[in-house]
Structures are given as C-alpha cells and as structure tokens.
Design a protein around this ligand. Structure first.
Ligand code: FES
Ligand code: FES
Length: 170
C-alpha cells in the first residue's frame, strides 16, 4: 500500500501526517490527527457530518482523499471565528441541537452562508443546509438559530435584518 507524507494546517496548527493513498481526509483528521469536530456519518457524501472548510470552500471531507488536501488550510467547527461563534451560540440558545452529531457540519455550513448572505430567507437557509442531515429532525429550531445568528451579526456589522422564521415547519 502506497504511503504519502502530507502537510495540513488545521484550525491554525501546522500538521504533518503519513497517510495511505486511499485514506479519506475525514479519517486523516479524526483518526490520525485527533481532530474530532468533523464526524463520520454516511461516508458517501449524503449526511454532511464530516463537513470542513478547505482553502475557503465548504466540503465534505469523506469525499476527498487526504493526499488531495496536501498543503491545504482546513477549518473545522472547533476553530475560533466570530461568525462561527455567534452561530454556535444561537444553535445553543434556540435549541438547534439535540444529540449534536450533525452540529459541527451544520454550523460550518451556516457560517459560510451568513458570510455570503447576511440576510437569508428561510428558503435560502433550507437550500444551504440541504446537504446536512439531522437525524434528530430539529430543523425548525435550526432555521430559527440561523435567523437569530443573522440578527446578532447584523447588530455588529450593520447588515440588513433577517426575515422572520415560519412557525411550525419541520
Ligand atoms: S460522512 Fe461525509 S457526508 Fe456523511
Ligand atoms: S442533533 Fe442529532 S443528528 Fe442533528
């Protein structure tokens, strides 16, 4: 089995790790580097539990070989960032998490959405999260958390306020 030494910058820390050619990025992060924020769910790009930010793009780390990420800068839900922190706080405040397994992928995806679109509609939020599955089905509270985060961020940045959350949808 071919082995490769790769370098990654993960949440600000420069790391070097030896991986097999077939090693998925999510396994290199979790099993070899001990970075446990990205979770392993489906391993087939459906659930979004393994979501990370790779060189500025939101990706599912089970869809990428670790060798393909050589030299990349990766951020996870454990990184420190003002937008991400507000999103995490509002997931907590609005009860947007239950078991929390999906949450790291959710909050990274949502933080990316709010950087691109500080005033998302409910449909914008649903579209952005369509690749992230919550097995606890807390979607109403998740959407409420995103709108609350948008409002919180607007108070800081002066962006327009968010639209209201539609009650009773799941
Ligand atoms: S584990 Fe990667 S999308 Fe489900
Ligand atoms: S909170 Fe349990 S999977 Fe989403």
């Amino acid at each position: 089995m071919s082995e490769h030494q790769i370098s990654l910058t993960v949440d600000g820390d420069r790391e070097t790790v030896t991986v097999e050619g077939r090693t998925l990025l999510v396994h290199a992060l979790r099993d070899q580097l001990g970075v446990t924020a990205p979770k392993v769910g489906c391993e087939s790009s459906k659930c979004g539990a393994c979501t990370v930010e790779l060189d500025g793009d939101i990706v599912k780390s089970c869809t990428i070989l670790a060798v393909q990420a050589d030299g990349a800068t990766i951020r996870t839900a454990a990184s420190h960032d003002d937008v991400l922190s507000v999103v995490q706080e509002q997931f907590h405040e609005e009860h947007g998490l239950q078991c929390g397994y999906c949450t790291p992928g959710m909050v990274l995806t949502v933080a990316d959405l709010l950087r691109e679109n500080p005033d998302p509609t409910d449909d914008d939020i649903r579209r952005s999260l369509k690749g992230n599955i919550c097995r606890c089905t807390g979607y109403t509270n998740i959407i409420r958390a995103v709108q609350s985060a948008a409002t919180e961020l607007e108070a800081v940045s002066g962006s327009p306020p968010s639209a209201a959350v539609t009650e009773g949808e799941d």
